[in-house]
Write a new protein. Structure first.
Length: 270
């Protein structure tokens, strides 16, 4: 799994502090360590990659500096390219199945161009600025006692629902994975994990809502209406993904009910 990669990366990137935030599926696995998380009765969906979001300050400060790449290389990581069209830069730890990928906020006219900073290359994606909002600190159990800054659960849910329509429709041509279905399972599992303290999360969410423009709020509402329905094809596949890793599998109807009930008040205050 990604634990070894995560611990090695934490040591290499420690000097950058809150300017680098763990997001994506790895952040979802780390949510179980959050102070408000309940004891999970299921294993989180597996992922091989560790996605790390970089804030704008770091991009500017390290644009012509290779210190991040040098730190990763000193910790054993090797840079590699994946894919043919718009190849992604990955930072692989030999001997493991895991790897790092960096992402950065989209800005201005170069929104679709990759961003280089600190010697690494990040893919620009929509909503990354949300993921960087008020991360929490997770301490890893390892010899170095490393800490990581992890996306907060509300920002995670906001960005998931914001970009869901842009996610690959149908199965991935290489892995056969239905990414929208997997994302919907991530959303449902996050709600389940924090269910006892959703009221606290609602209160904390109020500090994030000023970051949501009317356009973004509209997109999130549309995603809830479109995808959080038991007869939606993407949601109907999510229980099959869950069945691979847990004995008790939610139905699409159960997932839809929970998401339509909780997401509007969590993310939109309605």
């Amino acid at each position: 799994m990604t634990e070894q990669v995560l611990k090695r990366a934490a040591g290499a990137l420690a000097s950058q502090g809150h300017r680098l935030v763990v997001v994506g599926g790895t952040a979802h696995r780390l949510f179980r360590h959050h102070e408000l998380a309940s004891t999970a009765a299921f294993e989180p969906v597996r992922t091989e990659d560790v996605d790390i979001a970089a804030n704008r300050d770091l991009e500017v400060a390290l644009r012509s500096d290779a210190r991040i790449l040098h730190a990763l290389e000193a910790s054993g990581f090797v840079e590699a390219l994946s894919g043919s069209e718009r190849a992604k830069h990955r930072y692989v730890l030999p001997g493991t199945e895991g790897y790092l990928e960096f992402i950065a906020p989209r800005t201005g006219g170069l929104a679709r161009e990759p961003q280089a900073f600190g010697g690494v290359v990040a893919e620009r994606l929509e909503g990354v600025d949300l993921l960087l909002h008020e991360p929490w600190t997770c301490r890893l159990e390892s010899e170095g006692d490393e800490t990581l800054h992890v996306v907060n659960p509300i920002a995670y849910l906001c960005q998931k629902m914001l970009v869901l329509p842009q996610r690959e429709a149908g199965p991935n041509h290489r892995t056969g994975e239905h990414k929208r279905s997997k994302d919907l399972l991530y959303v449902f599992d996050t709600l389940t994990l924090f269910a006892p303290d959703l009221g606290v999360l609602v209160d904390r969410a109020s500090v994030l809502r000023p970051e949501l423009t009317a356009k973004r709020a509209k997109k999130i509402r549309e995603s809830i209406d479109r995808f959080c329905s038991a007869d939606n094809d993407d949601l109907s596949r999510a229980p099959e993904i869950a069945r691979q890793q847990r004995p008790a599998v939610p139905t699409a109807a159960q997932m839809a009910d929970a998401m339509r009930r909780e997401l509007p008040r969590l993310l939109l205050g309605s």
